[in-house]
Design a protein around this ligand. Structure first.
Ligand code: HEM
Ligand code: HEM
Length: 179
């Protein structure tokens, strides 16, 4: 497609779609943190409320992704080839790869949706089918390192982007100073 042609409307990052993603992220992360901290018997009512809120947020996100399979709301579709290529370019010091959107984000989003989704869904099952509790507790515990790895990756990619920006600016300065 030529660069002067307008993008199809369903692929656009409209304010409404970005707001939806922002609201989804806020609801899920808030509910996740509360659910994780209240898994104990004494705080069960709060755990139940936060857990079902997380489950509802994930269900709405899944529905939006199914209804809008292109554009910012589409569900993550990681590509192994793109990821390997990006990692190779990052390792060889290609500053453009450092600054561009990383294909690792799609793997990260998929892992988060799957693991947090499994934790929330198994909790709902355990609510009516007690033998499921052990599996739910294991999935709940496992979801924390996945979420922490998510935050670490977001921060690391932001750092990489910043370094790429500094390098680009200092290269321009050298070109301007050099005769
Ligand atoms: C300091 C805390 C956090 C920060 C800075 C953060 C930041 C981000 C950012 C920047 C993205 C978008 C990545 C992209 O461009 O594709 C993202 C996606 C995501 N985050 Fe977080 N996050 C945080 C905490 C959490 C928590 C606690 C959860 C709980 C489960 C969470 C779940 C997700 C999910 C599921 C996605 C994928 C969204 C989607 O594709 O629909 N995040 N996060
Ligand atoms: C993302 C959502 C959720 C997370 C991260 C999560 C996490 C946890 C964790 C870590 C535990 C173990 C706590 C401990 O060992 O002290 C636990 C226990 C439990 N959770 Fe969840 N949970 C979630 C959603 C739900 C939902 C939706 C329900 C449905 C009501 C639920 C029901 C339970 C039950 C019945 C237990 C056992 C409580 C007990 O020991 O008596 N969870 N959860």
């Amino acid at each position: 497609m030529g660069s002067t042609e307008p993008r199809p409307t369903n692929t656009r990052r409209t304010p409404g779609r970005l707001l939806f993603l922002f609201a989804f992220h806020a609801a899920l992360s808030g509910a996740f943190i509360v659910a994780y901290l209240t898994g104990d018997e004494d705080t069960y009512a709060m755990h139940q409320f936060a857990g079902y809120t997380a489950l509802a947020a994930l269900a709405v996100r899944l529905l939006a992704g199914v209804l809008m399979p292109v554009g910012p709301l589409r569900l993550p579709r990681p590509s192994q080839a793109a990821t390997l290529d990006w990692l190779r370019r990052v390792a060889s010091g290609d500053a453009r790869a450092w600054g561009q959107r990383s294909p690792l984000l799609a793997w990260m989003a998929l892992a988060l949706l799957a693991v947090v989704g499994a934790a929330a869904l198994s909790g709902a099952v355990a609510d009516v089918f007690v033998p499921m509790e052990k599996l739910h507790e294991a999935l709940g515990e496992f979801s924390l390192p996945v979420v922490l790895a998510h935050v670490a990756l977001v921060v690391a990619l932001l750092g990489l982007k910043k370094v790429a920006g500094w390098r680009a600016r200092s290269n321009i300065r050298h070109e301007v100073i050099a005769p």
